[in-house]
Design a protein around this ligand. Sequence first.
Ligand SMILES: Cc1ncc(COP(=O)(O)O)c(C=O)c1O
Length: 425
Amino acid sequence: MALNDSIRYHKGALFIDALAVESIVSETATPVYIYSLGRVLENYRRLAAAFAPLNAKLHYSVKANGNLGIVSALINAGAGFDCVSGGEILRALTAGAAAADIVFAGVGKTEAEIAYALRQGVGWLNVENPGELQHIQAAAEASGREAVQVALRFNPQVAAKTEPAIATGHGAAKFGMTAAFVQRLLARQAAFPRVKIAGIHLHIGSQLGDIAATRSAIKKALELIRPHPHIKTINIGGGFPVAYQPGEKLPSLRGFARALEPLLRGYRVLLEPGRCIVADAGILVATVLYVKEQAERLFYIVDASMTELLRPALYGAYHEIVPLRQTEARRARAQVVGPVCESTDVLARERLLPRLQAGDRIAILTAGAYGMAMASNYNARPRPAEILVRGNRWWLGRRREAWADLLQYEEPLGMKKTLSGPELC
Ligand SMILES: Cc1ncc(COP(=O)(O)O)c(C=O)c1O
């Protein structure tokens, strides 16, 4: 089972740190996300310790889980942040991050986002496109910034051992720039006098299943910057894997760090971990609404769905599912499905689970990364609440959306107005 020191059974009941999950859920209702801040910080410290010999700076990837309580706890632990939109920068700043500790990445930054990032004073921009350099130069002139520090995102054209949908470093991916492209840009540095190309950035994918592809990508990056000794920073991205399935064999954080250390000595190293910090610190709790048996299949229809946890529908991702109360009930193969009107709204297929009844509660494990962050209002479903746990205390991090919230951006019926320019934002 993908349980851990924070999320585990105690006397037959599922606990998160010192609290029975049932005791929280009896007050919050379901579906609900619950996160252990202790586990988040433990994961952060484990990664920091593994990369301590490299003196690496960790920039937590806000896209994995932008909950303000989590971001704020990581600020206190010393993290910087990797943001991929103006909204994520705003989120990190709102939680109290220093702008200088933010790396602004992303394949399609708008001019407005670039200008905002510069006005705020973000520390780094990871550039994926020559056009971006022009926008950065213009925004630097407009805001009076003399020097903006950027890293070029390199697409090393290596295939990471991972789910194809989350591989980003192969030549056919939209991410980054190939070696020839990076070389051409490096040759044109003087055309962007306020842009200081001081780093090289790569991220070859998420949930990396081996270290070899990362090593090979880093070697290629170092080769590329060798003729440019002023480039002293290498951002190796995130992608450190997490066990979603019991018994899954994956490279360890220490394994990654040890294998990369000889290559990276002498460079300033940045990391952008997301999943490995938050995934196993979070659960999504749901209630069984109905049990349906037909066509020789057993369906548990639960109140969570692809709108709360998209990963199974998006890329067939596996999440372990456990009851809140351990039971001796007979086990049967079942489909755990949500109420959304899509055939792909299946949280688990043909999964051996204890027999459940309507009203029983289940926890979907390892849901702390790319869970709430990808949640949507499809089928006009309000997004769930997020609960934070620290030891024996819990509190509401984000309230459940109400039906009325779903209407908050609508214009009153019958009032037609033509919008233009900035009003559209
Ligand atoms: C550029 C970049 N950095 C970091 C991350 C975080 O990856 P992970 O959550 O697998 O650590 C991603 C994920 O998509 C990414 O695209």
